[in-house]
Design a protein around this ligand. Structure first.
Ligand SMILES: Nc1nc2c(c(=O)[nH]1)N[C@H]1C(S)=C(S)[C@@H](COP(=O)(O)O)O[C@H]1N2
Ligand SMILES: [Mo]
Length: 422
């Protein structure tokens, strides 16, 4: 595959904001956002920035992360530029980060000291250490994607408030842990159980200890699905700190928000969970199509479950220049929460004609799947490559934003890249 096979990370690409631009914001809070306290931060004169933050190229990107785009620093949120998601398995440094609150202090935590409580509608409430989980249950490894339900929010008009994710609020890694189902069976789920409620060790931005940063849940049937996991490892290593070290839930195919990081408690509920960001308009869609900008009453909003069919072009990088002659190799991933991926098509003529891509098998359900295609531009000029995935229910990605909704969730519009053939 000659030059198509090499993954170039072109720092000069004008479509990626410069490090300097990312530092223009309120750099100071970032350290706190990344979990490192700055005790005298309130004494720093207005308009001045921390020295360590001000030095270009250092400090801004939290340790262990590289090349991500920072969307906000308190809480810290970072998306991954599509061309850095080209691997089948997203490396830790490129796995996106979505935080609602302030990550906890996990200094000195061990497999013995971190405790997970299972309580509520169970016969035998449990308190398990990570060592207990590793010793008493069958370990499993699954390749699972995580996608923020707000991925693509930036493209809705009128704009929805919240992090302005473009395309990079998604990643896919190998997760090792135990099936949540096995642990719930040990606890003995009562007939009265209808929903889970998840708790983590991070804290609310306000500092109010009575409020969670986020506490979401899923229907008990989803919790008992064999793909739902309690994980302690990502890609064979400890979970990265900002992705939930030392323990997190994986509720694959559902909004990323259901996959609680820094997991401390699973409360089995006899009603739909009413924790932080479960109610009102959070992670909900109107039960019927609404005109853009409509105010929808809370009782007409439905909780999002399986995420819609979607795909991303990860090679070539948008803006690439390519010499005329021979085909362009295109590749990326497709994934779906509510069904399976059936096919991916790519277009070089703004959607007039489509070529079916080759689709690699998935190691397991809820993994993204690699697609590859070769398309040949007929002459020099500006082209766009579009990708469109279709699921096993026959649903395809729309060319532009799907139904507008107040918080800008579930935007599964087609991804497009620009290519200059010279
Ligand atoms: N404890 C805790 N868990 C959390 C969150 C959080 O803020 N706190 N954010 C959720 C949201 S909204 C998403 S999209 C995913 C993102 O996972 P990642 O940061 O590992 O990419 O984590 C979820 N789990
Ligand atoms: Mo999210």
């Amino acid at each position: 595959m000659a030059d198509e096979g090499t993954r170039k990370e072109d720092a000069s690409n004008a479509l990626i904001p410069s490090r300097r631009a990312m530092l223009m914001g309120t750099g100071a809070a970032l350290f706190a956002g990344a979990g490192i306290p700055v005790p005298f931060l309130d004494k720093l004169p207005r308009g001045m920035r921390l020295l360590a933050e001000a030095q270009e190229g250092t400090g801004a990107m939290p340790e262990g992360k590289e090349g991500l785009t920072i969307l906000g620093d308190r809480p810290i949120n970072m998306e991954t530029p599509p061309h850095l998601l080209d691997d089948d398995v997203t490396p830790a440094k490129h796995f996106f980060v979505r935080n609602n609150g302030l990550p906890p202090d996990v200094e000195g935590v061990t497999d013995e000291t971190w405790k997970l409580t299972i309580d509520g509608e169970v016969e035998r409430p449990l308190e398990l250490s990570i060592a207990d989980l590793k010793r008493d249950f069958e370990p499993v490894t699954l390749r699972l994607f995580v996608e923020c339900a707000g991925n693509g929010r930036k493209f809705y008009r009128p704009a929805a408030s919240g992090n302005q994710w473009t395309f990079g609020g998604v990643s896919c890694a190998d997760w090792t842990g135990v099936r949540l189902k096995d642990v719930l069976e040990r606890a003995g789920v009562k007939k009265s159980a209808v929903y889970t409620g998840h708790y983590g060790a991070d804290t609310h931005l306000s500092g109010d200890p009575s409020k969670e940063a986020i506490s979401r849940g899923v229907p008990i049937e989803k919790a008992l699905d064999p793909h739902s996991m309690i994980a302690w490892s990502m890609n064979g290593e400890d979970i990265p700190y900002l992705n939930g070290y030392p323990l997190r839930l994986m509720m694959p195919g559902y909004p990323g928000s259901c996959s609680q990081k820094w997991l401390t408690r699973i409360w089995i509920r006899d009603q739909v969970h009413d924790g932080q960001k479960m109610q009102g308009q959070s992670y909900r869609l109107p039960a019927y199509p609404v005109a853009p900008g409509t105010t929808v009453p809370d009782e007409d909003m439905k909780i999002i479950e399986g995420l819609p069919i979607k795909s991303l072009i990860t090679f070539p990088q948008t803006g690439t220049r390519k010499k005329l002659g021979g085909p362009i190799t295109v590749r990326g991933h497709a994934w779906c929460g509510e069904a399976d991926v059936a096919k991916v098509d790519v277009s070089l003529d703004f959607g007039e004609t489509w070529t079916q891509a080759e689709l690699a098998p998935a190691p397991n359900r809820f993994s993204w799947r690699r697609f590859t295609a070769a398309i040949t531009p007929p002459q020099q000029g500006y082209y766009e490559i579009w990708a469109r995935a279709t699921d096993t229910n026959g649903k395809s990605q729309p060319a532009t934003t799907p139904g507008w909704n107040p918080h800008g969730y579930n935007n599964n519009m087609q991804h497009r890249i620009a290519v200059f053939v010279i």
